[in-house]
Design a protein. Structure first.
Length: 227
């Protein structure tokens, strides 16, 4: 009886060992198949990812800017400008086309936020020898009138805020260019209306007074321009 129990125990252990060995072999075979499938499908996944990237690039292309290698210098001038004040101005410009009864179909409206600056000062090249003279120890200086020297838009800060076009048109391609040109003129007008030239003239006198005094002239008198 004891011998039969021992035989059954040994048989049970052998069966368990066999099952575990079979499971180990099955797991090894499955891992091998899984790795083979992964290696086989990996190029396909990479191809799909590459195709998706190419489709995305086609739908949302990144602009390529290629400057012309040929540079033409038209003119070179020496500058003798004394810049004495700078205005930074932001202005909203609206441009419209075909805003009548058919604006729903052929209308075009653009809202542009212009950000630019205006620089004013005096052109020192306009000073003649007779515009500086000494009289009783006083240096008399007749400065040219202040003028606007630079008006420009800051393209990094200027932008189209809104664009509305009719159902039958894609809009005038030159409208934004026209708005930018008008924006520079409006920025100039705003600076002039705020008195930029008067401030530029006063700042020029302050700067040049310090300059002449540093040269040893104790008294400097700025003579107004003759009308």
């Amino acid at each position: 009886m004891q011998t039969q129990k021992n035989s059954r125990l040994v048989a049970g252990i052998l069966i368990l060992v066999f099952i575990l060995a079979a499971l180990g072999i099955a797991w090894a075979v499955w891992s091998s198949i899984n790795n083979s499938l992964h290696r086989a499908l990996n190029p396909l996944e990479q191809t799909n990812q590459s195709l998706s990237t190419q489709v995305s690039d086609l739908l949302h292309p990144t602009p390529t800017i290629i400057p012309d290698p040929v540079t033409i210098i038209h003119d070179v001038q020496a500058l003798s400008r004394l810049e004495t004040i700078r205005y930074t101005i932001e202005k909203v410009i609206t441009a419209e086309e075909n805003q009548g009864a058919l604006k729903l179909f052929i209308g075009d409206k653009l809202l542009f936020v212009a950000h630019g600056y205006v620089i004013a000062g005096i052109d020192m090249s306009k000073i003649q020898p007779g515009d500086l003279w000494l009289e009783n120890g006083v240096l008399n200086v007749r400065l040219p009138a202040a003028e606007v020297l630079v008006v420009t838009l800051d393209n990094n800060k200027s932008y189209v805020y809104d664009r509305q076009t009719g159902l039958l048109t894609s809009g005038d391609p030159n409208l934004e260019t026209s708005v930018r040109q008008a924006a520079e003129d409006e920025i100039r007008k705003a600076a002039l209306a705020d008195g930029i030239l008067d401030q530029a003239q006063a700042n020029a006198q302050t700067s040049l007074r310090w300059f002449f005094e540093s040269l040893g002239y104790k008294q400097v008198n700025f003579v107004p321009l003759e009308p």
